[in-house]
Design a protein around this ligand. Structure first.
Ligand code: SF4
Ligand code: SF4
Ligand code: FES
Length: 357
């Protein structure tokens, strides 16, 4: 039976000791899970190792930890694969530590209530239907629910919360899991508070516009919920469907981004700021008093960009279009020619013919 070394981060508040690392030798077939390894160490060497688990089948969402620095389910990670990864990364043991962005209670157990569940409560995670309730259940056509099946697949493991880079910088950010949950209700045809929900999350400085598109949540989610995609859906609904112009300039920023890509194919960084303050328009962004005031307030950011070389005077004035820019325009035209918005829901797979269509 192969031997593996688990390097587990220990923290036992009752001991008065600071957090530290401890190594445990386990012997298991490579296809068994890291959770099996932790439970073996707990069984044979130290019963005080703290780990939450229940189903051992990637269903209950309770065994979220970081393995070799990546947030994942311990029961859904093969120990052999983790050891190969560890050999590539650090030439040694499988490193197991508690998830990030949440306070550690003990060893591998984090305080999900203090962060994850608090944020889920923030988005009003229940239906708010309009009008008098029907005599029996609310009935909706099955196809009307397809759009939210992806967000409904969440098992609340907290892996995305742990990996979110925006949360690391802004702990008040509503966060990927809670926003995916918000889309679950925004996209539900039975809900009667869609606009209020969207306005609330758009106006909140820690809401939908606080996400920086880093893809980390998509990468780690064991259920392919793709929280970032759900956040982008919330933004599209807020800007395109309800025209919500929020105080965070999220509306203008989206418009500016899309306009620039349509025009140049790549992001013209120097125009992004003025256009964002002008609801997508360069002229408005440089002439309207409110926009000019915001632009002036953001000058230090522009100066930092110049200093770091991210923006140069040459780049600012002469941003080249992509050589095949007309193909980018074609995509825009194609999308705009449809009466209904095209939703790229990667969770739903169809026949090849459907995809081509
Ligand atoms: S894409 Fe957005 S929500 Fe997801 S991890 Fe990155 S910043 Fe957080
Ligand atoms: S969205 Fe995915 S990673 Fe985040 S809590 Fe839900 S299942 Fe876990
Ligand atoms: S133990 Fe239930 S998801 Fe891992």
């Amino acid at each position: 039976m192969p031997d593996y070394t688990l390097k587990i981060r220990r923290f036992q508040p009752e001991s008065g000791q600071a957090a530290h690392w401890e190594d445990f030798q386990v012997d298991l077939p490579p296809e068994r899970s890291v959770l099996d390894g932790i439970l073996q160490a707990k069984d044979r060497e130290d019963a005080s190792i703290g780990i939450r688990c229940s189903c051992r089948a990637a269903i209950c969402g309770s065994c979220g930890v970081k393995i070799n620095g990546k947030s994942r389910l311990a029961c859904n990670t093969r120990i052999g694969d983790a050891a190969e990864e560890a050999a590539r990364l650090n030439g040694g043991s499988v490193v197991v530590e508690p998830m990030g962005n949440m306070p550690v209670l003990k060893d591998l157990i984090v305080d999900m209530d203090a962060v994850h569940w608090k944020k889920v409560q923030r988005v009003v995670p229940w239906l708010l239907p309009e009008g008098p309730p029907p005599e029996r259940e609310y009935i909706v056509p099955a196809e009307a629910m397809i759009d939210i099946t992806q967000s409904m697949a969440c098992i609340h493991c907290g892996a995305c919360v742990s990996a979110c880079l925006s949360l690391e910088v802004d702990p008040d950010f509503v966060g990927p899991a809670a926003l995916a949950k918000a889309y679950r209700f925004v996209g539900d045809p039975r809900d009667g508070a869609t606009e209020e929900r969207l306005r609330d999350l758009a106006e909140d400085p820690h809401g939908i516009y606080d996400c920086t598109h880093c893809f980390a949540c998509i990468e780690v989610c064991p259920k392919d919920v793709a929280p970032m995609s759900q956040i982008m859906r919330l933004r599209r609904r807020a800007t395109n469907d309800y025209g919500i112009k929020d105080r965070n300039n999220g509306y203008g920023h989206e418009k500016a981004f899309v306009t620039l890509i349509e025009k140049y194919g790549t992001l013209h960084e120097a125009q992004l700021l003025p256009r964002s303050f002008g609801d997508g328009s360069l002229i408005k962004g440089q002439t309207e008093p409110g926009a000019v005031k915001e632009l002036v307030e953001n000058l230090p950011t522009a100066i930092r960009g110049l200093r770091s070389g991210k923006v140069t005077p040459r780049k600012a004035l002469l941003h080249p279009k992509l050589p095949d820019q007309k193909n980018v325009r074609k995509i825009f035209k194609e999308i705009e020619s449809h009466d209904e918005r095209i939703e790229l829901n990667l969770y739903i797979v169809g026949e090849q013919g459907d995809a081509e269509e």
